[in-house]
Design a protein around this ligand. Structure first.
Ligand SMILES: NC(=O)c1ccc[n+]([C@@H]2O[C@H](COP(=O)([O-])OP(=O)(O)OC[C@H]3O[C@@H](n4cnc5c(N)ncnc54)[C@H](OP(=O)(O)O)[C@@H]3O)[C@@H](O)[C@H]2O)c1
Length: 429
């Protein structure tokens, strides 16, 4: 005997459209497997005249988004519109009306998570967001449930497929940034306006969510330092490879002393690290804990079908809880914690300098680093005369000291340009 659960969906674009199609096409197989008859009651969209890849009964598709919240036959609401204000208000209204909510909206969770989780707790219903990070990769549930007892030390994530696609093209084919971005746009991996992806902002929202769940301290969107990939050049990718590294845009969330650091920036990562081999639009999240050791989760981080799978898993989970009839407690509680400012984080720098190759230049550059308290691990010179490049890798020092060293370099007369800076991830000091 199957139990009917009325589902209301806000948004039927890439993810919502794929979800509606799955709910309609796989209704009987889902019921056979779970005992739940998930019935799509309403699907709210902006433009009723747009062609859709799914078929629903007359009256199900609507441009009246409030009806999804108000319909008494809807037991569970799925938000797949995107954005934080309107979507957030609708999610809040649904939770306050006692309806569980599932969303894939990282921006919403990262910016309004605590309020929405509190509203869900007041109503005793679920608020689930597995698809908000890593698309089809199960990572929210493993972090907040399976690893609830593990004092996670560090999470490293390649959580933006667009940038990983671009970096893979640059590294493997020597393509420059602009051409790789254009190709990503042609193939549909990058939006016409790619700013959110290439600036690291999209990855920062995901980093905030991963860190919050890993450490049980709420990390807001504005707490995450982020840098993008638009300043990277294929020259650095080639040097990185010669030195045994891959360059990746990495979301880093780690415990530092009693605090937590969360940041997103390009990282030179050793070629034998599991994240170095993550190619193309694939996403991967690498977790380190003292008891569990190292875990790697990888797979498709975006796309309608994979993301809809993660959403569907949450829908089934929330429907089961609805049926159980109990008050649902939040999966995780957050306690206050210190966020370590990026300036205090120990980092290692790779820095590429364009210099005039003259006697005494190296000594002046070493002095610029030394006076900031940064010691140099290694120096390579490429080219000669006015074409010379110096590639420097520093030892670990506070990020603020590394920046002070970079400022000191401006005093070196023979320095023509600080061409690039990439942080280096390695176990060495
Ligand atoms: N795309 C992915 O691969 C992916 C992966 C993980 C997470 N996500 C997240 O999933 C969410 C949805 O992404 P998406 O790519 O599916 O977006 P999308 O293709 O742009 O679809 C958005 C949907 O919301 C509807 N909508 C927008 N504003 C509305 C309004 N004011 N009233 C009613 N409906 C409205 C649109 O209606 P129309 O169809 O009429 O325009 C459309 O159906 C976002 O939060 C995104 O970050 C996406």
């Amino acid at each position: 005997m199957n139990t009917t659960i009325g589902v209301g969906i806000l948004g039927a674009g890439t993810v919502g459209g794929a979800l509606v199609a799955r709910l309609v096409d796989e209704r009987s197989s889902i019921a056979a497997k779970t005992g739940l008859d998930l019935v799509v009651r309403r699907v709210a969209v902006k433009d009723l005249n747009k062609p859709r890849d799914f078929v629903v009964a007359d009256g199900v598709l609507t441009d009246d988004r409030n009806s999804v919240i108000d319909d008494p036959e809807i037991d569970l609401v799925v938000e797949l519109m995107g954005g934080r204000d309107l979507a957030g208000d609708l999610v809040l209204a649904a939770l306050e009306a006692g309806k569980p909510v599932v969303t894939a909206n990282k921006e919403l969770v990262a910016s309004r998570g605590p309020d929405l989780i509190a509203a869900a707790e007041r109503s005793g219903v679920a608020f689930l967001f597995e698809a908000a990070v890593g698309g089809g990769i199960p990572i929210i549930r493993p972090l907040s449930e399976s690893l609830a007892g593990e004092p996670v030390e560090r999470v490293l994530g390649i959580v933006n497929g667009t940038t990983n696609f671009i970096l893979t093209r640059m590294a493997e084919d020597g393509a420059d940034y602009a051409d790789s971005l254009a190709e990503a746009q042609e193939l549909g991996y990058a939006e016409p306006d790619p700013t959110a992806d290439v600036s690291g902002a999209d990855a920062a929202a995901k980093a905030a969510i991963l860190a919050s769940l890993a450490f049980g301290t709420w990390v807001g969107l504005d707490d995450v330092y982020h840098e993008g990939i638009d300043a990277l050049s294929s020259v650095d990718m080639a040097f990185a490879s010669d030195f045994g590294y891959a360059v990746k845009l990495v979301a880093v969330a780690e415990r530092l002393g009693t605090g937590v650091s969360v940041r997103v920036h390009p990282v030179m990562i050793p070629l034998d690290h599991p994240l170095a081999s993550i190619r193309g639009a694939t996403n991967a999240i690498f977790i380190e804990g003292p008891s569990v050791g190292e875990l790697l989760f990888s797979g498709p981080g975006a796309g309608g079908a994979p993301t809809a799978t993660a959403v569907l898993g949450d829908v089934i989970d929330a429907a089961r809880e609805t049926l159980a009839g109990a008050q649902v407690a939040p999966r995780i509680r957050f306690s206050p914690g210190d966020l370590v400012p990026f300036g205090d984080v120990p980092t290692k720098w790779y820095i590429r300098l364009e210099v005039d190759d003259r006697p005494g230049v190296l000594a002046q550059i070493a002095a610029a680093f030394g006076s900031a308290g940064v010691s140099i691990k290694s120096v390579w010179q490429e080219g000669e005369g006015s074409e010379a490049l110096l590639l420097i890798v520093t030892h670990r020092a506070r990020e603020a000291a590394q920046r002070e060293a970079a400022r000191n370099l401006r005093e070196v007369e023979a320095l023509r340009n600080v061409a690039s800076v990439i942080r280096v991830e390695s176990d060495e000091p």
